[in-house]
Design a protein around this ligand. Structure first.
Ligand code: SAM
Length: 275
């Protein structure tokens, strides 16, 4: 009943966001096309072993850093490949500085780690002589983000662990992905479970909603076209195509529990070949 009411409110524009439909009754709406075996309720138990990776060991040796345990395997999976050379990383959200120190120890020693935070007291966590910098400002302020990019960017990795408000996640991604993330770089947004918590949802669409739209953008070249438009040496094969910047520069999107990862790489026209 509540679900129906929410749907009606959304339909007539009386609800600011679609999220309450999910939040109010704690249930997921799933397609009837899922076989029952996949939607059947099964038990999930508490983890017994801590993550077994180097980053978790670095995390465990320090204090003043707040991270969920299951993030460490995900970080390792996406960040490991950046460890063999000096990189530049931007982390949104400094808090007590522990994560900046953790990244500094994990990545190549000549890497530059930049943290931004709205809280002035975070400035104390800068360690300039070790290339760990802190700048004070809001992740929802594109002019501030442009300044940070001008001073330190472009970045190899951008990690959003800031306010976790949906409109902030959207503004930061919008302001940073194009100018501030290098080709071959990785943009990670964590704690996106907050997109399902009403106090963090302050935009008509959540960051997760936009991320789902980006799955369609990945497939923009194929919209309303035949396979021959991409076939090697076929007379109908396209030579070029106009796409949105995102479609033309997104290599992939990965969804994990509470984390969305965007790999950036200049795209070329897809090509198929029949041999
Ligand atoms: C979850 S904590 C960061 C935790 C830290 N990265 C760690 O792993 O220990 C979130 C931080 O975001 C900051 N924050 C809140 N709103 C912000 C905004 N609009 N812009 C930038 N930082 C913000 C808070 O002051 C807080 O320090």
């Amino acid at each position: 009943m509540r679900k129906l009411l929410n749907r009606l409110l959304i339909r007539f524009g009386l609800l600011l966001t679609k999220a309450p439909a999910l939040l109010s009754d704690h249930s997921l709406e799933t397609s009837d096309l899922f076989p029952a075996e996949l939607t059947e309720r099964v038990k999930v138990t508490a983890a017994i072993d801590p993550p077994d990776n180097e980053l978790f060991r670095i995390f465990s040796a320090d204090t003043n850093v707040h991270k969920w345990h299951h993030y460490f395997d995900i970080y390792t999976r996406y960040f490991e490949r950046y460890r063999d050379r000096p990189i530049t990383m931007l982390e949104i959200g400094v808090f007590r500085g522990g994560s900046l120190r953790m990244w500094k120890e994990y990545f190549h020693p000549d890497s530059t780690i930049v943290g931004i935070d709205i809280d002035q007291s975070c400035q104390a966590h800068e360690i300039a002589d070790q290339n760990v910098f802190v700048r004070i400002g809001s992740q929802a302020d594109p002019a501030f983000l442009a300044e940070v990019n001008g001073e330190f960017g472009p970045f190899d990795i951008i990690l959003d662990d800031g306010s976790h408000k949906t409109h902030h996640q959207i503004i930061s991604f919008g302001a940073l992905f194009r100018p501030a993330l290098r080709d071959g770089g990785c943009y990670m947004v964590e704690d996106v479970h907050t997109n399902y918590w009403i106090k963090h949802v302050d935009s008509p669409e959540t960051f997760i909603d936009l991320s789902k739209q980006m799955i369609d953008m990945l497939h923009e070249p194929y919209f309303d076209r035949k396979e021959t438009a991409f076939r090697h040496e076929h007379p109908d094969a396209l030579k070029e195509l106009e796409l949105s910047y995102l479609s033309a520069n997104l290599d992939g999107i990965s969804f994990h529990d509470s984390i969305v990862v965007f790999d950036k790489k200049k795209q070329f026209l897809p090509k198929s070949e029949l041999r």
